[in-house]
Each structure stands twice: as C-alpha cells, then as structure tokens.
Ligand binder design. Structure first.
Ligand SMILES: O=C(CO)[C@H](O)[C@H](O)COP(=O)(O)O
Length: 233
C-alpha cells in the first residue's frame, strides 16, 4: 500500500489504538492509506484471536489487505438501508486534520471513503502529528467525470483555486479512480471556511465527490513518538 510522509511507527500506534476500540460483532468501515492499513492489520490480529467482525472496504487496496488479513467482508449496500445492520465504526486516515475537519483523497479513494465514513455510527480518524494543522491548506482532491474536467477546472478557478489533473507515476496519462473517474487536485491556499467550499464543490456539475470531510470525525487518534493522543473534536 502507498505510504505518505510521517513516521510509520506513529501511524502504527494510531492504527492499533483505533482497532482496539472495535467490539465483537461490529461492522467496521476499512479506510484507505498507510495509516488505515495499520488498523486493518491490527483488526486481522483480533480476528485471528477470535473476535467476530465484518469489514466494509473503501477501496480496491483496503479490500485486498482485508482479504490477506482474513477479515470477512460485506458490501456497503448489504449493511445500509432500512432494516440493515449499519456500520458501527469506520477507521480511516487523512491527509490533513483541523479539529473535526479533514482533507482526504491522497490515495484517490475519498468518494467511497466518504460514503462509508459518513454512514458509520462512529468515525475514527487515524493520523500522525504531521497531519495536524490549524487551518486546512492542502490541495483538495476532487473526483470528476472524465468529460467534466475542463468544466470543473473552470468552476474551481472561479472559486479562487487552481486545478491540476493527477497523473499516474507508473503509467502514461492520468490516475483513474476505482470508480473509473479522474482526479483534480485543487489548490485554494488556506481554507478558513471548509463548509462553504464543500458546498461550492458539491454543487459543481461533473463533481462526483470532493475530499473535504467537514465535521465528520468523532475521534482522532494521533500516534506520537511515545503513545497516542485521542481527540474528540
Ligand atoms: O484519504 C486517503 C486515501 O484516499 C488516505 O486516508 C490519506 O491519503 C492518508 O493516507 P496515509 O495514511 O497513507 O498518509
């Protein structure tokens, strides 16, 4: 699984701490990224020890890892909707954390992540200290229909940002998401009002999903050099 900055030991502490909060019988949203991967591995150990959980993957990568870890999987539509079990807890990483607001989508999985994370009764974010900030200011990943990339780039510019098509590192051409769409990384500089920008992006035709997760996090587990800080935004 792709890794980003930050210490792997800190990410592991955060992932393990979040996995410990999962209870026998839970349906668990399995996030994407190197920090969420530590949580999935820790959940795999709990499954080996006899804890019964079912996972809902947020990406091809988290599904593959969950299979490797022998975590039984269900599809999102099997556990959501009237009379369905629901998702008890989702554990997922973030590219930037400001209180309960996040930027996600560094791995291009934010559309399914937002579906699963927002459907969960409890959404636990796992991070290392490098992700913490006072004000969100990283480029916001936006998943778009291929034919809409120009239209969305124009709308982003009108909103004060600059959109860059995400290109693949080991293939010619753009990154194509698990859903068959393209990604625009949209730089706005500091985002003092993420809710307002989220509304603008969500209302732009051609946008499938953006990476602003506003007010969704219930807990943030930050792995540090010698432990874990748990914040409840
Ligand atoms: O949003 C994500 C994927 O779409 C990841 O959770 C985010 O990029 C953090 O990844 P990592 O834990 O590897 O730093």
């Amino acid at each position: 699984m792709k890794t980003s900055g930050g210490s792997d030991a800190m990410k592991r502490r955060a992932g393990e701490s979040a996995a410990e909060t999962v209870e026998d019988g839970d349906v668990v949203g399995l996030g994407t990224g190197s920090t969420a991967a530590h949580a999935i591995r820790a959940l795999g150990e709990r499954v080996d020890a006899g804890v019964e959980i079912r996972g809902v993957a947020t990406s091809f990568a988290s599904r593959e890892l969950a299979i490797e870890e022998r975590i039984p999987l269900v599809d999102l539509d099997e556990v959501t909707g009237p009379d369905a079990a629901g998702i008890d807890v989702a554990i997922d990483g973030a590219d930037q954390v400001a209180g309960g607001d996040l930027i996600k989508g560094g791995g291009g999985a934010h559309a399914r992540e937002k579906l699963v994370d927002s459907a969960a009764d409890r959404f636990v974010v796992v991070a290392d200290p490098s992700k913490e900030t006072g004000v969100l200011d990283r480029p916001v990943p936006v998943e778009v229909l291929a034919s809409a990339r120009g239209v969305v780039a124009d709308a982003v510019r009108a909103a004060g940002g600059e959109a860059t098509l995400r290109r693949a590192e080991r293939k010619d051409g753009p990154v194509v998401t698990d859903n068959g769409n393209l990604l625009l990384d949209c730089a706005f500089g500091p985002i003092p009002e993420p809710a307002a920008l989220a509304t603008t992006l969500a209302g732009t035709p051609g946008v499938l999903e953006h990476g602003l997760f506003v007010g969704l996090a219930d807990e943030v587990h930050v792995g540090t050099a010698d432990g874990v800080r748990v914040l409840e935004p």
